[in-house]
Design a binder for this molecule. Structure first.
Ligand code: ADP
Ligand code: MG
Length: 334
């Protein structure tokens, strides 16, 4: 598969208060044509800065950026075959929805009838055929989100950059838009580079995910690989719930210096054959499962997710924990 966007050793250093701050630190990245690629990481880890450098809004301090094989490092945003959906949508409040969507075409001098026809086609595509004459304030958050999408797509970008586009929506709508966005991306067959701090969103939408931590990418992998085989402790704990063990406890329970066991791979059982025993310190109900916090030897706590249909021991009771050898994933030193 060919490369849509390539970052070679890209860094971004901001100067503030006389001090240099490395917001993005030597990032190497290759997004393939037609790929849904997500930049995932906590707030402040450099995701937006990275996206802005791809879009041309922020200049890298070092490194090069290629789009479809062409070096665009010093090209302005409008010269790049990419477009951006910003977090706050940035719609023009005084313009109709149709004019908002057609805006970039107007700026380029495309004649009215042609640009309005295209804008209507895009409003159909994002399933908003009936709002063309309204103003942004007359739409719901989810509708505004789709207008921003239509507006970004009208220039037929090869790569669409999306910075936390679903962040302002409530949970139900967000989940609906997640699957809609994914279908749209598949239909258009262009690359999406999607920024989020939400691991569920990243896992459910992406072909591959790059996990950011303090300006660096700690791991690039498919959602399934990232979840099952995190490269570092940070990735293990950021993506999904994890029991990360280190030191003596890790060696006793797993035979490794540092290891991870996902809570859903731990079962309750009898004393015979148990890996360890402990006291239930807390229980949390999640609908589909119960999460038990079990205090085991030496102050360690293990999370065990057990199906809600099975009974769970009460807080204060003793229980025994079981897992298969394959449930243990050894972690590197990093
Ligand atoms: P994220 O999108 O992952 O939350 P950002 O890329 O927005 O992170 O920011 C990364 C770091 O860079 C943060 O510590 C932020 O405060 C800092 N930063 C971002 N933009 C600027 C700027 N224009 N000047 C100085 N520091 C900035
Ligand atoms: Mg951001």
């Amino acid at each position: 598969m060919s490369s849509a966007v390539t970052l070679n050793r890209v860094s971004c250093v901001f100067q503030s208060g006389g001090k240099a701050f490395r917001a993005v630190d030597q990032v190497d990245l290759e997004v393939r044509a037609g790929e849904f690629f997500t930049l995932l990481g906590p707030s402040g880890s450099g995701k937006t800065t990275c996206l802005r450098m791809i879009g041309g809004f922020t200049l890298p301090t070092e490194g090069t950026i290629l789009i479809q094989g062409e070096d665009v490092t010093h090209q302005p945003p409008y010269a790049r075959p990419v477009n951006t959906v910003f977090q706050d949508y940035a719609l023009f409040p005084h313009m109709s929805i149709l004019d908002n969507v057609a805006y970039s075409q107007m700026v380029r001098g495309v004649e009215r009838a042609v640009r309005e026809k295209r804008a209507r086609e895009l409003l159909d595509l994002v399933r908003l055929p009936d709002v063309a004459q309204r103003r942004p304030a007359q739409l719901s958050g989810g509708q505004r989100q789709r207008v921003a999408l239509a507006r970004a797509l009208i220039s037929q970008p090869r790569v669409l950059l999306l910075d936390e586009p679903l962040g302002a929506l409530d949970l139900k709508l967000r989940e609906q838009m997640q699957s809609e966005l994914k279908s749209l991306q598949r239909e258009l067959a262009i690359s999406f580079i999607f920024v989020t701090h939400d691991q569920h969103e990243a896992l459910s939408m992406s072909d591959r995910i790059g996990v950011f931590n303090k300006g660096r990418i700690e791991q690039i992998a498919t959602p399934a690989d990232l979840y099952a085989r995190p490269a570092t402790r940070f990735v293990a704990e950021f993506v999904g719930a994890a029991n990360v063990l280190s030191g003596e406890g890790a060696r006793t329970l797993t035979g490794h210096d540092s290891a991870m066991i996902r809570p859903e791979l731990i079962r309750l059982g009898t004393e015979s054959g148990a890996r360890t025993g402990g006291t239930v310190a807390e229980t949390q109900y999640f609908g589909a499962f119960w999460r038990l916090h079990v205090a085991v030897a030496a102050g360690a706590r293990l999370l065990a997710d057990v199906p809600a249909a099975t009974g769970v021991p009460a807080v204060g009771q003793n229980t025994f924990l079981h897992w298969d050898d394959g449930a243990v994933h050894a972690l590197g030193a990093a």
